[in-house]
Design a protein around this ligand. Structure first.
Ligand code: NAG
Ligand code: NAG
Ligand code: NAG
Ligand code: NAG
Ligand code: NAG
Length: 500
């Protein structure tokens, strides 16, 4: 399925900008920033400390070919995962996290760091769910200068697992990773649930330049950055808008659970006349969460009924907005909506005037990516133990979840399928026949005991063991004697036989 998806990423161009206060992530207890490929820690001009590269499973550090093109030091280093030496699948596993919800931002650049003039194809997953698909060739600007992508995901098992999967022997690359804890109930999680990852397809502050942690000194409690809406206005709207702004306090900003920053509401755009149109790129056949932000900051509007407009999305009239009537002046008013199974790759948002001209402060759009099945946790433990005990080499890429995402191949030599009630993935075959591995079978292997499970370690022997069915092969090497002794009980915990 992965290869059918168009590239899933968002370009946040880096613009030089003015400043404000410091302390950018005051919400949660976790704000972790990793400068991938870097050997040293570094504190940037926003007082964010970037940790030297850590928590990765393999790969090698590099630097972009033209460091002067990049404004921020963490963008210049990168880590790549050449599949021939590191395996097809590699991960960052960030440990010891409080259970909760997190904002994850990645920076990805190519800039011909390897001198091959070939931007790579690869996929990225978070918690075993495919979130980004990079396909060669990347747009020129992205390949040269890189791009930020971000999302919101739940981490319920204490570690965040960000994995990269090589396509066609290309080397995945990553420049930096930031993980910031956010409110569990934000973005309507109470009704949407915890089984979705929200992938950013546009987070716009209308009438503003790009700002937010990592780009400016401005504060956003969740670490979100906000892009200018300029490039997303439809051609007709581009020359038909006025920017309005205020320094007044906006009530209702910075409040639980979303902590939308006050700065978001302090600028807005409105049309000179007629409707205001935005066009956002999306991937068809997916569901999107659209969030619109309003505040009446225009001194000419002094009562209800003076600015009224309809929100029309993909031609469908969804709601009527009268900001003043809802919240009065200098107050935040938000509206959100879930769009199901989009049929087109453009999402159009039109503000259609009813009285006066429409105005808007911000707009967010997230793909609602359903969390994929993951491997039964006990089997993950068993497989990791098997990996250690057999000394599975790095080039086999036994990293992250053995089976997930389902759209990727499982660990090399491993075959998985969903369990009966389709709530998790289980392993039903391990074939290491061609790998010539030596080692012993760990005690933990008994965690794999309740399934039909074949293990074949050596080619040249007719030695497929169907453990779950207790029909072990005969005529195997001498250690199988030990095995055969225990076959009746089918308990693998006794099968600690060494393999020659
Ligand atoms: C951060 O840690 C403090 C002290 O352990 C705790 O009281 C607080 O609830 C935590 N905040 C979040 C957002 O988890
Ligand atoms: C951010 O603020 C700090 C001090 O508050 C200042 O030293 C630094 O130059 C500012 N950074 C930028 C990029 O404006
Ligand atoms: C920078 O961060 C450190 C701790 O993270 C803090 O003690 C210090 O006051 C901050 N400096 C500024 C200028 O915000
Ligand atoms: C659009 O929908 C809103 C609420 O659903 C309704 O009040 C309004 O009259 C509709 N506008 C038009 C032009 O039909
Ligand atoms: C999504 O829409 C397409 C047609 O555009 C339809 O074929 C498909 O069944 C729909 N999927 C779901 C899950 O509703």
């Amino acid at each position: 399925m992965a290869s059918l998806l168009p590239p899933f990423f968002l370009l946040l161009l880096l613009l030089p900008l003015p400043l404000a206060s410091s302390s950018s992530y005051p919400y949660g207890n976790v704000s972790l920033h990793i400068d991938c490929g870097s050997a040293t820690d570094y504190t940037d001009s926003f007082n964010t400390t970037w940790l030297s590269d850590r928590f990765f499973t393999g790969g090698s550090p590099s630097v972009v070919s033209e460091p002067l093109l990049f404004r921020f030091p963490p963008e210049k280093n990168l880590r790549s995962f050449p599949p021939l030496s590191s395996g097809k699948k590699n991960c960052y596993v960030l440990p010891a996290l409080p259970s909760g919800r997190y904002y994850l931002r990645t920076f990805t650049a190519y800039d011909d760091y390897d001198g091959r003039s070939h931007s790579p194809s690869f996929d990225t997953s978070v918690q075993g769910t495919l979130v980004f698909s990079w396909r060669s060739p990347w747009p020129e600007k992205v390949a040269r200068r890189g791009a930020y992508s971000d999302l919101l995901a739940f981490v319920l098992d204490r570690q965040a697992e960000i994995c990269f999967y090589s396509i066609a022997t290309d080397s995945p690359v990553i420049g930096s990773l930031s993980l910031i804890q956010v409110d569990r109930l934000s973005y309507d999680a109470a009704s949407i649930g915890e089984r979705f990852i929200l992938v950013n397809y546009g987070r716009l502050d209308c009438g503003s330049e790009q700002w937010g942690p990592g780009f400016t000194n401005d504060t956003d409690y969740f670490g979100r950055s906000w892009q200018s809406d300029h490039d997303f206005r439809s051609p007709d709207s581009k020359n038909n808008v006025l920017v309005i702004s205020t320094r007044s306090t906006i009530s209702g900003a910075n409040q639980q659970p979303n902590f939308f920053p006050m700065k978001l509401y302090q600028t807005a755009i409105m049309t000179r006349e007629g409707p205001l149109d935005y066009e956002l790129e999306v991937d068809a056949k997916m569901d999107y969460l659209l969030w619109l932000h309003f505040a009446e900051i225009d001194s000419k509007v002094s009562g209800a009924g003076q600015r009224v407009f309809d929100v029309v999305v993909n031609g469908e009239n969804l709601t009527r907005v009268d900001i003043y009537k809802e919240v009065g002046r200098f107050a935040a008013h938000d509206w959100h909506y879930i769009l199901k199974n989009l049929s087109d790759t453009t999402l159009s948002v039109r503000l259609e005037p009813v009285v006066g001209v429409p105005s808007i402060s911000g707009l967010e759009n997230y793909a609602l990516v359903p969390v994929d099945l993951s491997t039964d946790p006990e089997q993950v433990v068993a497989m990791r133990a098997l990996k250690d005990s057999l000394g599975v080499p790095e080039r086999m890429g036994w990293n992250g979840d053995p089976c997930a995402p389902t759209s990727w191949d499982a660990w090399e030599g491993v075959t998985c399928h969903p369990n009966k009630d389709k709530t998790s993935l289980i392993i039903y075959q391990i074939d290491l026949g061609s790998q010539g591995l030596k080692g012993y079978i760990s005690d933990q292997i008994n965690l794999l005991s309740n399934l039909e499970f074949k293990l074949k370690f050596f080619t040249g022997y007719s030695s497929i063991w169907t453990w779950g069915k207790c029909s072990c092969a005969i005529g195997f090497i001498r250690q199988s004697v030990h095995w055969l002794n225990t076959r009746q009980s089918c308990f693998f915990r006794y099968a600690t036989c060494a393999i020659e």
